[in-house]
Design a protein around this ligand. Structure first.
Ligand code: KMT
Ligand code: NI
Length: 183
């Protein structure tokens, strides 16, 4: 359903906003992403209120809360600090649900072998990262994204930086992907 993803090189110290493809590039399929418990859809960003997929997912999964975040140097208070914390490897005790309205960026997640997978977050991308998955976010070189954040009930955005292996949600997540090692 239109998510582009690839294994990363190890040079994010240089500039996290670059693509960081390996050489040669190694793409990661949507099937592989899905095996990690990540859900994703493509939604019409210009008319999402009337988008059947968007409405069905919200209803079925109980996403009662939504707001918007715009990330630009001028528009986001404590920009530098936020950019830095988004890119620290972390997990949450709840799902991270994001829908890209405009602009773009990258969500990186750790696969079952601890490799970083970079997923392109672009206009119309709607996805759910499961609780307990290690991940991070960065803007790309366009330096602009506008996204919706959804949640079940009152939102909790707290990141737990790695290591957070003592969390029950981490153990549950690892249990959920246990089968991957044997594939
Ligand atoms: C997060 O939690 O990493 C963010 O909200 C990043 C911005 S959403 C594109
Ligand atoms: Ni997060």
């Amino acid at each position: 359903m239109g998510v582009e993803a690839w294994y990363m090189d190890d040079n994010t110290d240089v500039d996290q906003r670059e693509e960081h493809h390996r050489s040669p590039p190694e793409h990661v399929s949507e099937e592989e992403i899905a095996k990690h418990g990540i859900l994703f859809w493509t939604v019409n960003p210009d008319d999402y209120r009337n988008d059947a997929t968007y409405n069905k997912v919200r209803k079925d999964r109980g996403y009662s809360y939504e707001d918007e975040i715009t990330i630009t140097k001028e528009g986001l208070p404590n920009y530098e600090e936020k950019i830095k914390s988004f890119f620290e490897e972390h997990l949450h005790l709840d799902e991270e649900i994001r829908f890209c309205l405009d602009g773009s960026g990258y969500f990186d997640f750790r696969d079952f072998k601890e490799r970083w997978v970079r997923m392109k977050f672009t206009k119309g991308t709607f996805f759910v990262l499961p609780a307990g998955i290690y991940h991070r976010f960065t803007l790309d070189t366009n330096n602009y994204v506008k996204a919706k954040r959804l949640f079940v009930g009152e939102p909790v955005w707290t990141p737990y930086n790695r290591p957070a292996d003592d969390k029950a949600q981490r153990a549950a997540y690892l249990e959920s992907i246990k089968g991957l090692a044997e594939d």
